[in-house]
Structure formats: C-alpha cells, structure tokens
Design a protein around this ligand. Sequence first.
Ligand code: IMP
Length: 177
Amino acid sequence: MNGPNIEKILITGDEIQERVRQLAQQISYDYEGKVPILINVLKGGVLFLSDLMRELRVLHEIDFMSVSSYNDGTDTSGVVRILADLSINIEGKDVLIVEDIVDTGLTLDYIRHMLLARHPKSLRIVTLLDKKERRRVDVPLDYVGFTIPDAFVIGYGLDYRQKYRNLPYVAIMRPDE
Ligand code: IMP
C-alpha cells in the first residue's frame, strides 16, 4: 500500500481514545434510564461508533444510514443523496446521530430534517470532528469531540477517495495529493 501524503498528524490515536471515553461518559449520564438508538452515518463514522458504543454505560441500539454529499475528491457537491435508509422505526425513540465530521453541515442538516419528520421522541447529534469555519448551515451539535481548522483530514474513518480510513489517528492531507 502506498503511504498517504500526510502533512501532519492533527489528533493522535491516544487523544482520540481519551476524548471518546469522555464523550461516552457524558452521553451515558445524559441518557441514564433511556435506550437511545445510535444512528451512524456510513462510512466515515464506523470507527467512532464502534469505539463510542464500547464505552457507553447505557443500553442502546444501533442502525445505519448511508448518504453521499461528496464527489470523489475533496470538494463538496452540495447534493445529498440517500444511498441506504434506516432499518428501524424511530418514532417515539430517543435518537442520537453519530457523525464523523461536520464540514459545511449540509449533509447533517438534511439527515436531521429527514429524521425529525419521523417524529422521534428526541434527536441529538454527536460528532467527533467539527470544522466550524466551513459551516454553511447552522446545525445544533450536542456533543463535539474536537473542533478542527479548515483542512482536509483523513484517518479514523475519514477517507480520501475511499482510502486511509484505517489510520488510527486524524491527519491533515497535503493538498497536492
Ligand atoms: P458536509 O455536508 O459538508 O458537512 O460534509 C459531511 C461529510 O463530508 C462528512 O461526513 C465526510 O464524509 C465528508 N468530509 C468533510 N470533510 C472531510 C475531510 O476533511 N476529510 C474527509 N471527509 C470529509
């Protein structure tokens, strides 16, 4: 495998694990006595979800959605396509969306409204990474792992052209890649 064109490691694997533990503690506290459904947005969020759920101290269910808002490179298309929908009926349920990264917010805004139309009892959002400067629509984020600068990042689930999701850290990719 060719190595990725890494400019610098932004968040180490240890830092991620520590922050995920903290987020799980807070979420476990907030959802005590409830059984939330964790909705994971494929594919970038899978590593985050699997680490987060292992640290949760409340009963929960998981389900998946697949959407696409990006073309095959680093530019947003602004178009959100639903590639696969949920398998669980979320009406009357406590729902927690688990995202890898919020960039423009277009994807999450779309998903959020789509899920709200199904009348969950509550709907919250946890994202590992928040690229705040790039936001184009205001989406309420209930739990944020790290706020990061405006740079294209890979690793810990995040891809460049579907590769590098396996890196245990989050790294800034060199733009000439
Ligand atoms: P948004 O709709 O602009 O917020 O984009 C959300 C989606 O774009 C994320 O779920 C990622 O899949 C992808 N994305 C945004 N920024 C990055 C990045 O820096 N690296 C890899 N994927 C990204």
